[in-house]
Write a protein that binds this ligand. Structure first.
Ligand SMILES: *[C@@H]1O[C@H](CO)[C@@H](O)[C@H](O)[C@H]1NC(C)=O
Ligand SMILES: *[C@@H]1O[C@H](CO)[C@@H](O)[C@H](O)[C@H]1NC(C)=O
Ligand SMILES: *[C@@H]1O[C@H](CO)[C@@H](O)[C@H](O)[C@H]1NC(C)=O
Ligand SMILES: *[C@@H]1O[C@H](CO)[C@@H](O)[C@H](O)[C@H]1NC(C)=O
Ligand SMILES: *[C@@H]1O[C@H](CO)[C@@H](O)[C@H](O)[C@H]1NC(C)=O
Ligand SMILES: *[C@@H]1O[C@H](CO)[C@@H](O)[C@H](O)[C@H]1NC(C)=O
Length: 428
């Protein structure tokens, strides 16, 4: 019982995880490992994505109007009239359900366009307060559009379905797949992460899709970020979320996440005013250089910063975390992993109570398949700050993946319980 978890907490060694599902094409080195730049994108991206996913989860649970999600197990409030063979066609809802059933027949016969017409009629007939039925009609129409490879329409229909039923997993999955078909990995990833969290990581195919997309997206992001020619910043949205994967970001003390890019100019002008301004400038400039893919100049700025005599501890710790993250991907250096760990060790010496150190070191451990160490760091991180959503999401994700991989239900269940506790705590 509880094999994986108990071995984690007792420090006994865990068998190495089976390799992640590989992705064909570039991003994979000849030795089968992810290329360093993809690794970096993965380290930067994973807490962002999972943290966002957890926020979405709160969103769904807080905003549920009542408990009637049609994908929930147990007693649903589905109208019994669906099974009724003699619909009362006076009633608009009955008429809507009747045409929907016709649509289902067309769908089975692969007559998708006819089916679409039926669902469109059903949507038109349906009283607007019948949220659950409307959601179903849109979802069914999305299924037809999917068969016709009309992915934009799939997304529109799924958006509508989710509007009417926030926790409609089928629609969320379908939308994620449509985004994937359109090559919009980042939207696909956000959507499928929300699904995994709604399903409490209990559905393996969707978990594998998350894994796959996480890597797929990291590859794309790495390509975009690290194009040698014109380095560009990722989207503001991504940057804002990246900063939120730090619970103690020194920059966010003086500016809002959405103003980060403009803040660089402010700090640049102020850098001579005080030592602190200079430090903040170097930190922000170094960070943005890294996000642009100018790894060397980002590294230079951060090195300059940590070598200042009077560098503030919080700022220095933050810079060391970021340096550690980029050290691990230094090309052609066998000791890059140890160099990275050294940065984290230095940070711990300065302040061993900063949860950010452990969240980000866990990413490095995960990349080298040191899952136990990663898990320990994530646990410590959550202990140090129990309202840190990115860290919670990561911890549960790691726990679940271990449980699922080793078929260890008690680990899986333990993570589920932790999840429920987290939800209760956060939704207060
Ligand atoms: C569904 O409702 C019935 C009657 O209200 C009840 O007996 C049954 O236990 C419920 N099932 C679930 C899974 O909640
Ligand atoms: C799905 O992705 C879209 C596009 O990125 C985003 O606007 C939406 O909030 C996502 N929804 C969920 C539930 O993840
Ligand atoms: C804990 O993390 C949250 C979310 O990042 C942050 O807002 C809060 O300030 C942190 N608390 C402490 C004590 O660091
Ligand atoms: C800061 O000071 C240096 C040297 O004193 C000077 O060269 C530089 O122009 C100043 N920068 C700003 C933004 O004032
Ligand atoms: C500011 O930095 C300079 C040079 O690093 C240092 O000599 C000075 O003591 C610092 N001032 C304060 C107030 O820390
Ligand atoms: C940020 O740092 C890089 C590398 O040191 C430098 O080239 C660039 O001019 C700096 N950015 C600003 C706004 O000063």
């Amino acid at each position: 019982m509880n094999r994986v978890l108990s071995s984690m907490s007792s420090g006994a060694s865990l068998p190495p995880l089976p390799p992640m599902p590989a992705i064909a094409g570039d991003g994979i080195e000849s030795n089968g490992l992810l290329s360093p730049r993809v690794q970096l994108a993965l380290i930067i991206g994973a807490p962002v994505v999972l943290g966002t996913g957890l926020c979405l989860y709160y969103y769904y649970y807080r905003h549920k109007p009542d408990d009637k999600g049609s994908d929930r197990k147990g007693n649903s409030t589905k109208p019994k009239t669906i099974a009724n063979n003699e619909p009362n066609l006076e009633d608009p809802l009955q008429r809507a359900i009747h045409v929907k059933n016709l649509g289902n027949k067309f769908f089975k016969d692969m007559k998708y366009r006819e089916a679409i017409d039926c669902y469109t009629k059903a949507i038109r007939e349906c009283p607007t307060n019948k949220e659950e039925e409307l959601a179903t009609f849109y979802q069914n129409r999305a299924a037809c559009h999917e068969m016709l490879k009309m992915y934009e329409e799939v997304i529109d229909d799924c958006d509508k379905a989710v509007e009417h039923n926030k926790r409609y997993i089928k629609a969320l999955v379908r939308r994620a797949k449509a985004y994937e078909s359109l090559g919009d990995m980042s939207s696909a990833l956000f959507n499928i992460t929300a699904v995994c969290i709604l399903e409490q990581f209990g559905n393996q195919p969707n978990l594998l899709m998350t894994d796959r997309l996480l890597r797929e997206q990291s590859k794309l992001k790495a390509k975009a970020l690290f194009r040698t020619r014109s380095p560009r910043l990722p989207s503001e949205h991504f940057i804002a979320h990246y900063f939120m994967s730090y619970s103690n970001d020194p920059i966010l003390k003086s500016c809002e996440p959405k103003d980060i890019i403009n803040h660089l100019e402010t700090l640049r002008l102020k850098q001579n005013e005080s030592n602190k301004s200079l430090q903040e400038f170097l930190l922000l400039n170094g960070t943005l250089e890294i996000l642009k893919g100018n790894i060397e100049s980002g590294e230079k700025e951060l090195e300059k910063l940590i070598n200042l005599d009077d560098c503030e501890i919080d700022i220095k710790v933050n810079a060391l975390i970021k340096l550690g993250t980029i050290k691990v991907q230094e090309i052609g250096r066998e000791d890059s992993f140890n160099l990275a760990l050294e940065c984290f060790e230095r940070a711990i010496k300065l302040n061993d109570k900063n949860p950010d150190i452990y969240l980000h070191r866990a990413q490095i451990y995960l990349l080298s398949e040191r899952v136990e160490d990663a898990y320990k760091d994530l646990e410590l991180c959550c202990q140090l700050n129990d309202t840190f959503a990115s860290a919670f999401a990561q911890k549960l994700y790691v726990q679940f993946r271990c449980g699922v991989r080793y078929n260890d239900d008690s680990t899986t269940n333990k993570a589920l319980k932790g999840f429920e506790t987290a939800i209760k705590k956060f939704s207060e």
